[in-house]
Design a binder for this molecule. Structure first.
Ligand SMILES: Nc1nc2c(ncn2[C@@H]2O[C@H](COP(=O)(O)OP(=O)(O)OP(=O)(O)O)[C@@H](O)[C@H]2O)c(=O)[nH]1
Ligand SMILES: [Mg+2]
Length: 235
């Protein structure tokens, strides 16, 4: 892997109770990365809390854009500032910074343009609701059919990107539930994707954006969006 600057992007919406621990864990586990917290117009003290941590860059979005817009802000920042790599670590503390080494090693070993941290590849212990497990299975089948690629955790946001992926996704990234779509987009543009098994934890404070009621809507929307991404030939 070429030497280069790494940007760690932390999307955060109402994460005042989690953000300092996330920043502390990033600092103690990842060497030499810059941290960018994208505060997605939180209603709590997420921004002020993150700003109080020394050396952390904070972007305050003027409107709540949702996870896609928050992460795309990170891609745009990484693209403009010339970062060679970007890692997404959610502000809710679910992604474990100590697992970034696995993403890094996998990128180095395989030369992939994006490495996904998968909860289901070799770590069987991650427990989630059956509706979500079913959704993830459906996505796996779709990935196999649409882009002939094995992806066990297409909804995981715990990912590492190289410069090529950063440049592409800074221009095109879905605003809602963007993770499965981005896989199709990268593949359609000839970029390489790889997964590595990681540990993830459960959310400690705050609430998830994906309630059981929203699951069906989520599935329909993401499936449609994946199909459109697949049939669209030019970006
Ligand atoms: N809920 C929500 N989260 C956002 C938003 N914008 C950015 N985020 C951040 O995006 C990350 C992922 O959101 P989550 O709601 O945890 O989604 P998830 O991790 O897929 O779902 P869980 O596994 O149930 O936590 C978190 O760090 C949020 O703080 C938003 O508008 N709503
Ligand atoms: Mg989460």
């Amino acid at each position: 892997m070429e030497q280069g600057k790494i940007l760690i992007v932390v999307p955060a919406f109402n994460e005042q109770n989690n953000i300092l621990k996330v920043i502390g864990d990033i600092r103690s586990s990842i060497e030499g990365g810059d941290i960018l917290v994208v505060n997605d117009c939180s209603l709590d003290a997420t921004s002020a809390t993150a700003r109080a941590a020394e050396g952390v860059k904070v972007v305050d979005l003027p409107y709540n854009l949702g996870i896609g817009g928050a992460v795309q802000t990170g891609f745009k920042y990484a693209a403009v500032q010339g970062y060679s790599y970007m890692v997404q670590i959610d502000g809710d503390g679910q992604h474990l910074p100590r697992e970034v080494n696995k993403l890094r090693e996998t990128m180095e070993r395989t030369g992939a343009d994006m490495v996904i941290g998968s909860r289901f590849l070799d770590v069987q212990s991650f427990r989630t609701t059956w509706t979500r497990r079913l959704g993830i299975k459906v996505f796996s089948v779709l990935f196999r059919v649409l882009i002939r690629t094995k992806v066990t955790d297409g909804t995981s946001g715990f990912r590492m990107y190289n410069r090529k992926s950063i440049e592409l996704l800074s221009k095109h990234y879905s605003d809602d539930y963007p993770e499965p779509d981005a896989i199709i987009l990268l593949k359609k543009n000839g970029l390489r994707i790889c997964e590595v098994g990681v540990e993830m934890s459960r959310r400690e404070h705050g609430t998830s954006s994906i309630t059981p009621l929203r699951s069906a809507y989520y599935m329909a929307k993401v499936t449609l969006s994946m199909l459109f991404s697949c049939i669209r030939t030019r970006w």
